[in-house]
Write a protein that binds this ligand. Structure first.
Ligand code: 5GP
Length: 135
């Protein structure tokens, strides 16, 4: 039998958390590792491995709550910005295989969370890439 992931345990009340929001399908709580003050996680209660593997309706419900949490972080914590991200698969840094969205309030440049997107274009063939991934 597959072992239960940590977020399924939180949903089932086997592990405590600092809840921010709960409804039938969605749970939001503080991340145990606060990369910045108020760093929140929004998850679906039903188990899906990640964002890419979650049915659209459920994904939309989670994103709706993530948006609301971000708005409150700005209003109530005085955050100047918010990063919203969902890591999909180990190669992208996912450590808990249960769909979740990080909502990370940002106050200053130097914080526990650093997102750096450097140009890495080199000799990439953009028309060919476009053909491969356009919807
Ligand atoms: P990932 O790396 O998969 O995108 O993020 C997983 C997140 O879950 C991490 O930021 C980690 O701190 C958080 N996390 C792991 N275990 C627990 C836990 O037991 N409680 C809470 N609140 N957060 C957890």
């Amino acid at each position: 039998m597959e072992t239960k992931d940590v977020f399924c345990k939180i949903v089932d009340g086997e592990i405590p958390c600092y809840k921010l929001y709960e409804d039938e399908d969605v749970l939001a709580f503080l991340d145990i590792s606060q990369v910045t003050k108020g760093h929140a996680l929004v998850i679906c209660k039903k188990h899906y491995p990640n964002f890419l593997a979650t049915p659209q309706e459920t994904m939309h419900k989670v994103m709706d709550v993530a948006q609301r949490i971000g708005q409150v972080q700005i209003k109530m914590l005085g955050a100047k910005g918010v990063n919203i991200l969902s890591n999909c698969y180990e190669a992208a840094g996912q450590t808990v295989n249960h769909f979740h969205v990080h909502v990370i309030p940002r106050y200053e440049k130097q914080e526990g969370f650093v997102l750096e997107m450097k140009e890495n274009n080199k000799d990439l063939n953009l028309p060919s890439i476009q053909e491969q991934i356009k919807l």
